[in-house]
Design a protein around this ligand. Structure first.
Ligand code: NAD
Length: 352
């Protein structure tokens, strides 16, 4: 089967890590007999330099006509003085909006080989962690009515049944592909919008009898994530709560160069990217960890193309390379083998 993928390397280390992820994708294609048709397009600072805007119409059009989008990272000091609306990061907002991506998936995975990187005690981490935070991305208080009124200011949290149902459905489907445990996080003891959230999630649960669903208040969820993170499999929550909890969950893993993310819409098309930025401090030095982008490709295979076996193979290859003691600088520890971006990519491919 042929899959069309738009590739946006972007700026800084975005270009280096994307190159390795694309090599992994090609290797998966050869091994499993799939054709990945890749089209490279510009967005971010490099697009500002070439075309005067962070998200050229052609880039968005290519993405819309693809089965999925792989993005490195955008931004850098060169464009920091531009006004907000013209900055490279606008490309991300434009892509999310233009592609109708309303669900943000942020897995926080801590490999057992990297246990020491976590700021939590070893007995809390156990043999590693694997939590998936599913965040609503286009509604709630970040998009609600806001304003100033004499000496006060307000922001509005508003969710419709349709908005809650579609994000909850994404989370149930993901739970079905994982350990079938879903925690819906809200503040239903106080907020009316959270009470509706809880009603809708409870209603939808009837369609997924195999998934064990529970509800948790957001303040408790923030505590539980550091007290006993292994109790979680999939977490689903609103835009603002998800913004905060997904960062908290990822910090538990202690390694930003390892974390992938996915943004999904109603169809199969998704945008896959590492959580980290363009890291200008190490750009162009073959120092960046490409694993976050490589496992973003695994997410693409699993969630957009339903190629679970291929996704597992990538994740297993990454795990094996780590078990053998190879590390990029950001995850380096005593006695391990330091490798660069390119070598890490090559090691993962040979493991595949
Ligand atoms: P950053 O994630 O780029 O870097 C933070 C720190 O983590 C740096 O010390 C960097 O060297 C390190 N780091 C990040 N990724 C790494 C990797 N793969 N391997 C090894 N080390 C890694 O965040 P920042 O410094 O706040 O932002 C730099 C630029 O990136 C800014 O212009 C910012 O706006 C942009 N940014 C873009 C995105 C995106 O494209 N999605 C996300 C965040 C930041």
């Amino acid at each position: 089967m042929t899959y069309k993928i738009a590739v946006i390397p972007g700026d800084g280390i975005g270009r280096e890590v994307t190159e390795q992820a694309v090599n992994v994708l090609k290797a998966v294609g050869e091994k499993f007999g799939h054709i990945f048709e890749l089209k490279e397009v510009d967005a971010g600072g490099c697009a500002i330099d070439k075309y005067g805007e962070p998200l050229p119409a052609k880039t968005l059009e290519v993405c819309k006509n693809s089965d999925s989008v792989l993005l490195g990272a955008v931004g850098g000091p060169k464009w920091d003085t531009l006004p907000g609306s013209q900055r490279p990061e606008q490309a991300l907002l434009g892509l999310r909006k233009g592609l109708g991506l309303f669900a943000n998936l942020r897995p926080a995975v801590l490999h057992s080989a990297l246990k020491d990187a976590s700021p939590l005690k070893p007995e809390i981490i156990g043999e590693g962690l694997d939590v998936m935070v599913v965040r609503e991305l286009t509604g709630g208080i970040y998009f609600g009515e806001r304003g100033r009124d004499n000496d006060s200011a307000f922001d509005t949290e508003k969710y419709s049944v349709g908005e809650i149902e579609r994000i909850a459905r994404v989370a149930f489907e993901i739970a079905m592909k994982r350990n079938k445990k879903l925690v819906s996080v809200d503040k239903a003891n106080i907020l009316e919008s959270s009470r509706l959230w809880r009603e809708v999630v409870t209603g939808l649960a009837q369609e997924y009898p195999e998934v064990e669903v529970s509800h948790m208040y957001v303040d408790n969820a923030a505590m539980q994530l550091v007290k006993n993170p292994r109790q979680f499999d999939v977490i689903v929550t609103s835009n603002m709560f998800g913004d905060i909890l997904s960062d908290e969950a990822s910090m538990i893993t202690g390694s930003i160069g390892m974390l992938p993310s996915a943004s999904l819409g109603t169809g199969k098309l998704g945008m896959y990217e590492p959580v980290h930025g363009s890291a200008p401090d190490i750009a162009g030095q073959d120092k960046a960890n490409p694993i976050a982008t490589i496992v973003s490709v695994a997410m693409m295979l699993r969630y957009s193309f339903n190629l679970g076996k291929e996704a597992d193979a990538i994740e297993r290859a990454v795990g094996n390379v780590l078990d053998k003691g190879y590390r990029t600088g950001d995850i380096m520890s005593k006695g391990m083998n330091l490798v660069g971006t390119r070598e890490m990519g090559e090691l993962i491919i040979s493991e595949l």
